[in-house]
Design a protein around this ligand. Structure first.
Ligand SMILES: N[C@@H](CCC(=O)N[C@@H](CS)C(=O)NCC(=O)O)C(=O)O
Length: 220
């Protein structure tokens, strides 16, 4: 029998979103439980590392977003069986995590001007290099291709979600048109956002951060 899954995170599309998308594409049933600010103090001590996301699997807790994502990818049939392809998918996911961790590190800068300056330096420096790299990879994959093994994997989902999250408005100073100079990136975002399960997942969204996960958001 399939395990009962309960994914716990905050309301924002952060470290649980890859898992949500993977399980949704794989049609793996799960409950999504959002923790409010008011609930947080009570919930935090009950978690393995005092942080979210946590996936409860038949009541057992799994923490650390990377471990949760890989588990979800396996359940969804989106983690490659082949050892080399699995490693290449992991490689890409690590690459995308670099995009995320750099920008997340700026969240803790208290002075607003310093925070914006740090983000500008990231956008104009390391992010340009990374976007150029990703654009080349996606160009090589071709307009109907995927990043690993010619079919959709966990890596494609991680790329789509990270790209969307960066431009969703959560990080002031990161422009919404970040990807406009990169045609293969914008095309890939549109293609992933158009996958029926992803499209349906965000269809009812009419405002807020998850608008960036909808078709056209990367080329707007
Ligand atoms: N390495 C952990 C990091 C988790 C993490 O930083 N979670 C944040 C939200 S994105 C959190 O729970 N923050 C609240 C806190 O630490 O009290 C993972 O990838 O799951």
């Amino acid at each position: 029998m399939a395990p009962h899954l309960k994914l716990m995170y905050f309301e924002t599309p952060g470290r649980a979103e890859v898992t949500r998308v993977l399980l949704t594409i794989g049609k793996v049933p799960f409950d999504y439980c959002t923790i409010s600010r008011e609930q947080w103090a009570e919930v935090k001590p009950t978690l393995p590392y005092g942080q979210l996301p946590v996936l409860e699997v038949d009541g057992k807790q799994l923490a650390q977003s990377s471990a949760i994502e890989r588990y979800a990818a396996r359940l969804a049939g989106l983690y490659p069986q082949d050892a080399w392809e699995a490693a290449k998918a992991d490689e890409l996911v690590c690459f995308m995590r670099e995009w995320l961790e750099d920008i997340v590190s700026t969240v803790f800068i208290k002075n607003a001007d310093e925070k914006l300056a740090a983000r500008k330096a990231l956008v104009e420096g390391p992010l340009q290099t990374r976007m150029t790299k990703l654009n080349t990879m996606l160009t090589e994959a071709g307009p109907d291709g995927y990043l690993v093994g010619g079919k959709m994997t966990y890596a494609d989902v991680a790329v789509f979600v990270t790209m969307s999250f960066l431009i969703c408005g959560f990080f002031d100073g990161v422009p919404r048109d970040l990807y406009q100079p990169f045609p293969a990136i914008t095309a890939f975002h549109t293609r992933m956002a158009s996958v029926p399960q992803i499209r349906d997942m965000y269809q009812g969204v009419t405002e807020g951060l998850r608008m960036a996960f909808k078709t056209g958001a990367a080329s707007a």
